[in-house]
Design a protein around this ligand. Structure first.
Ligand SMILES: Cc1cc2nc3c(=O)[nH]c(=O)nc-3n(C[C@H](O)[C@H](O)[C@H](O)COP(=O)(O)O)c2cc1C
Length: 272
């Protein structure tokens, strides 16, 4: 039986979920969506998984591109797991819509709440101590249900989110590729190219021993949080000024934006 999981992950939560599922399913390949989908067909796969975060009430642009370019077996058991913090929006509908153009459909879907890690906008929350045990528990529960090939309907976008989407999210989606405009390195940069290798969008090249961002960003934060010397700094994109300040105030978050990544996932895991 061929089992394959396609994964996008910036700060490791989704890759951790993919790994827990793969461990329970056994003999399962995890493909990072940095790869070219034409080389990773799922035409002969029996179990196909898509695991990624929710970004701007949808899935990351790179994940959309990847699934659109992928050949799948329409009769396979297909699952989707999205990691998120509060609003999954149309993430599952997007994947179902892309799959339906290929005659395929989601058999099982689940959203798993995780530590939110959009450090360019606001500090990570809720506290890791509280969330990590819950995340692990939910990932394992999800993995077991998938290994039993259970069916679970995909959650739709709520009425309110659908109404608010164009006003609240589309402005962010329009500038998403430019999130990297505020990224730069300080003197701690050792030119190790970790940032280049962990970027799921292949958005970074190393020039003269320093990273150069090419404005094809999804804002995943992988380069920032996995930099071994914490040399990558960032200016908050303008669009995030209001949101970031509001969330920091509302949730009484510390103003210092700590660099969270999932403790089970290291930079090497993301480089495959
Ligand atoms: C650019 C960006 C946009 C995000 N948008 C949402 C969102 O719309 N809804 C939500 O609940 N969480 C949102 N999050 C939080 C992530 O979905 C969450 O932190 C996820 O677990 C990250 O997965 P990863 O560690 O695999 O990258 C966003 C995070 C980032 C970086």
């Amino acid at each position: 039986m061929k089992k394959i999981i396609y994964c996008f992950s910036g700060t490791g939560n989704s890759l951790r979920a993919a790994k827990v599922i793969a461990e329970v399913l056994k003999d399962t390949t995890i493909v990072n969506v940095r790869k070219d989908p034409s080389g990773y067909s799922a035409e002969d796969a029996d179990i196909i998984g898509f695991v990624c975060p929710v970004y701007e009430w949808d899935i990351p642009g790179r994940m959309k591109e990847f699934i659109s370019g992928l050949s799948v077996n329409p009769n396979a058991y297909i699952f989707m797991v999205a990691t998120y913090i509060a609003v999954h929006g149309k993430a599952f509908e997007t994947v179902e819509d892309i799959l339906s153009t290929k005659g395929a459909h989601l058999s099982y879907s689940r959203a798993i709440r995780c530590v939110a890690s959009q450090c360019i906008a606001y500090p990570p929350f809720p506290p890791e101590k509280l969330m990590l045990p819950l995340m692990e528990k939910n990932m394992l529960k999800t993995a077991r249900e998938i290994s039993e090939m259970k069916f679970r309907k995909y959650p739709h976008m709520s009425f309110i989110t659908r109404k608010l989407f164009p006003k609240l999210m589309v402005p962010y989606l329009n500038i998403e590729h430019e999130y990297d405009k505020g990224f730069f390195t300080d003197k701690r940069c050792i030119g190790c190219s970790t940032c280049e290798k962990v970027c799921p969008n292949k958005n970074i090249v190393i020039e003269d021993g320093r990273p150069k961002w090419n404005h094809n960003c999804n804002g995943c934060n992988a380069c920032v949080v996995y930099c071994p010397t914490k040399a990558i700094q960032f200016k908050r994109p303008k669009a995030y000024d209001e949101l970031g300040t509001l969330m920091t105030k509302l949730l009484s978050l510390p103003d210092k934006r700590k660099r969270y990544h999932n403790p089970h996932i290291n930079a090497r895991d993301l480089m495959v």
